[in-house]
Design a binder for this molecule. Structure first.
Ligand code: GRG
Length: 303
């Protein structure tokens, strides 16, 4: 329970998350029915319904409600963001990328369906994401839907996720500096989180200033997400190995703990929560509570 000093109330975060996860899962389930050709829809559903944390869609819904919109307005955009996220994971796991066998505790998509189908499942989820926002967003002015589609497109392509991935691939085995590390994370992680939050505010009816304010919040949260991921990589492998240094302090991969040390990385994460919170200060405290709590959740998460 998060105490809401300014609002004189409290916010029940776990209940909030559980109800939003349920809503998002049901919407995703009906957005991708098991229809002909069965194999591709099965492969799409295998990864989409595999039980991710649903942080991005929930950020999208919370941002819509922050600016006074009904959550239903943002549900198609929220689903689209999770479809894009899932497709990026499917492609990231492929043998030509990270070559991973496990994702979300289960065999990766290509391990189950083969590489050819996994590539197509990713492609199909990506195009469905845009189709879904364009055709299912109800009661929102067309120019707002168009702006949301443009935000999503920018977050995915060669100035978004793809840019982060290509620079990440090029940095393998190379000593990268803080600027390159930040570039990779901003593009691989923050851009889609930013699109989720910004799209929520756009379809929720937010004004220009509100949209730009939540964009700044999202940038802090995106970076925070990655710093925490890096810290978890170190602490998890430290626990597993019973050693004083985790694998990412000694591997080739550039991480924040490797670059600045574990303690400074933790301080940086705390600073980012503070910055994210400050961006929400101009909004009604009760409406801002979910986004504030989500920033804290991302900072304190264990997986
Ligand atoms: C987008 C066209 C297109 C291609 C993909 C492979 C690739 C280009 C980009 C890689 C993107 C990637 C895998 C980024 C990592 C993002 C990240 C932090 C994933 C973990 O997110 P969580 O913790 O996972 O939210 P869950 O499982 O909870 O959803």
């Amino acid at each position: 329970v998060l105490q809401l000093a300014d609002a004189g109330g409290e916010f029940r975060f776990e209940e909030y998350m559980a109800s939003k996860v349920k809503l998002v899962n049901a919407a995703l389930d009906s957005a991708v029915p098991l229809r002909h050709p069965v194999k591709i829809h099965e492969a799409m559903r295998y990864s989409l319904m595999a039980g991710g944390k649903r942080v991005r869609p929930i950020l999208c819904l919370a941002s819509c409600e922050l600016v006074g919109g009904e959550e239903a307005l943002a549900l198609p955009a929220a689903c689209a963001v999770e479809m894009i996220h899932t497709m990026s994971l499917i492609h990231d796991d492929l043998p030509c990328m990270d070559d991973d066998d496990l994702r979300r505790g289960r065999p990766t998509n290509h391990k189950v369906y083969g590489e050819d189908t996994a590539v197509l499942a990713g492609d199909a989820l990506l195009s469905l994401a845009f189709q879904h926002v364009a055709t299912r967003t109800g009661d929102v002015a067309p120019d707002r839907v168009l702006r949301a589609v443009a935000e999503l497109g920018a977050s995915v392509g060669s100035e978004g996720l793809v840019a982060g991935q290509i620079v990440d691939i090029a940095s393998e085995g190379v000593d990268v500096d803080a600027a390159v590390l930040e570039y990779i994370h901003v593009h691989k992680t923050s851009k889609l989180l930013e699109a989720a939050v910004v799209c929520g505010a756009i379809v929720g009816g937010g004004g220009t200033e509100e949209v730009e304010r939540v964009r700044k919040y999202a940038r802090c949260v995106g970076l925070l997400f990655q710093v925490v991921d890096d810290i978890l990589d170190v602490t998890r492998s430290t626990e597993e190995l019973g050693k004083t240094a985790g694998k990412d302090l000694v591997s080739d991969k550039a991480t924040y703990p490797k670059l600045m040390g574990l303690e400074k990385a933790r301080d940086f994460a705390a600073e980012l929560v503070g910055r994210a919170k400050a961006e929400l200060a101009c909004f009604d405290a009760e409406r801002a509570a979910p986004l504030y709590a989500l920033a804290r959740y991302i900072a304190l998460r264990h997986n």
